[in-house]
Design a protein around this ligand. Structure first.
Ligand SMILES: [Mg+2]
Length: 308
């Protein structure tokens, strides 16, 4: 499978895993015995496409650097705006590249949306999903009742509408989701990426579908989970049992990964292995700059080994 929402999925889904449990000492705390640690254990929130891989191809050396960091005690959690897949569908691809995959290793916007909905004080009774089967699975994993954007689904009077990438998008599905929004359901978007790249073209992303629902529903989403909004990183850190401001975000997108890191007060490493060039990084205003810039896996390893 691939990170981009429009590409096909390799490998069968794995069984759901238990939520990520942090077993290493809390960042900043010394290990119980032995010499003074040279490295504090850190939660690394790692973007996928443009960092760990580019489409089907691994970015040279990055998986090995992450595996080294995890062996040294860091926690590695992958954070992706892609809402198409169930989180377990990433495991096989990541393992095939040598990337570390622990329990709860992938926090997609679909997973984060499910966790955010389940944690609401007024937990939705019925959620209408304009999205794919991976998103539906994530919601059901959190024991949320899901209905489809059909006349029957609308008749179930959903009190939440979740919109993600939907490869079965039709006029009827769009119209019904918008009707539920107009009827007052909580309007939640997995992310607002307007487009995503495929080898063939730039395809319409979940954000384009969200925009259509917002236009027909006559209001903007109540909640947007994916980067640059903070929800994805917050849920990833919460699941890992770490304060999000202690995390280090590693990503290739200034307007998504680095902006989200700023929003939550986390440090960030901008990788020049994806959509951002060195010239673009150098031209950033001070308040949008990452904490560090890494040209490649060697730079990344050097930065991470110095973290305190
Ligand atoms: Mg990326």
């Amino acid at each position: 499978m691939a990170d981009d929402e429009g590409r096909s999925c390799l490998g069968a889904p794995h069984a759901p895993r238990a939520p990520h449990g942090r077993t290493s000492p809390h960042p900043g705390q010394p290990t119980p015995s032995g010499p003074t640690p040279y490295h504090r254990q850190v939660l690394l929130l790692v973007d996928l496409d443009g960092v760990v891989y580019r489409g089907p191809e691994p970015v040279p050396g990055v998986a090995a650097v992450l595996a080294e960091r995890q062996a040294a005690g860091d926690s590695v959690v992958y954070v992706t705006n892609n809402s198409r897949w169930h989180r377990t569908e990433y495991h096989q691809k990541l393992r095939s590249m040598g990337a570390p995959v622990g329990d709860g290793a992938v926090m997609s916007s679909a997973r984060a949306t499910a966790l955010a909905l389940a944690a609401l004080p007024a937990r939705p009774r019925t959620t209408l999903v304009l999205g794919g089967p991976g998103l539906v699975r994530e919601l059901r994993d959190e024991r949320l009742r899901v209905v489809s954007p059909t006349p029957r689904g609308l008749a179930a009077r959903p009190d939440a509408v979740v919109v993600g990438i939907d490869f079965r998008l039709t006029y009827v599905r769009l119209s019904i989701a918008a009707q539920a929004v107009r009827d007052g359901a909580l309007f939640v978007a997995t992310n607002r990426d307007p487009v995503f790249p495929t080898p063939e073209a730039l395809n319409a992303g979940a954000g384009s579908i969200v925009a259509a629902v917002a236009t027909a529903g006559r209001r903007e989403p109540d909640l947007v989970i994916g980067k640059p909004e903070p929800g994805l990183l917050v849920e990833a850190a919460r699941a890992a049992g770490v304060s999000v401001e202690e995390a280090v975000v590693i990503g290739d997108g200034v307007g998504t990964d680095i902006a989200a890191a700023h929003r939550v007060g986390a440090r960030s490493i901008l990788m020049l292995t994806g959509v951002t060039t060195r010239a673009q990084a150098d031209a950033l205003p001070a308040d949008q700059r990452p904490t560090w810039v890494a040209a490649d896996a060697t730079d990344l390893g050097a930065i991470l080994s110095r973290l305190g």
